[in-house]
Write a protein that binds this ligand. Sequence first.
Ligand SMILES: [Zn+2]
Length: 187
Amino acid sequence: MTMASYRSDDTANQIKARLTMDEVARHYGFEPNRAGFMRCPFHQGDHTASLKIYAGDRGWHCFGCNSGGSVIDFVMRLYDINFRQAVLRLDLDFGLGLSQAPQRSRAEQSAILEARRREAERRAVFEREYHEKTVEHRYWWEVLKYFAPTKEDAAAGFIHPLYAEALRRQPYLEYWLEENLGKGVIT
Ligand SMILES: [Zn+2]
């Protein structure tokens, strides 16, 4: 048996000890009557409420379809999930805090930190580049406005070199900014 399943069994026992079937049923929307019976969700047309809920950790039993078990069995069948998933779900839904995140080795830990650092660095570089491109875009936009050929220029066939340069640069910058809009700014 692996360490993980040892832990999961241990968690399962704690869940069974801490949660009654009554509170689990109510949490998931069922309303057992005073005698502890409710309609069985596992067989069709149970109009007589044949699922009996027992006190403490004794679980449930349906006299209609003869199914039964612990709170974990109930959640497994209700959500069609396996044992481990049901244990985790109960733990989370009831905020028991029993399932610990798996221990990471120091190597894994530092690999994660390193990846995070690289990602932050990549984002910083990108944001700098995006800002520079925005400033440049703004500059060429001003150039296009102020150095646009006048009628006289046009007649003389004169185009200001800055204006010509702006005509070359601007479409690329517009394309780049459009393409990268929103990238890297997500945290
Ligand atoms: Zn049943």
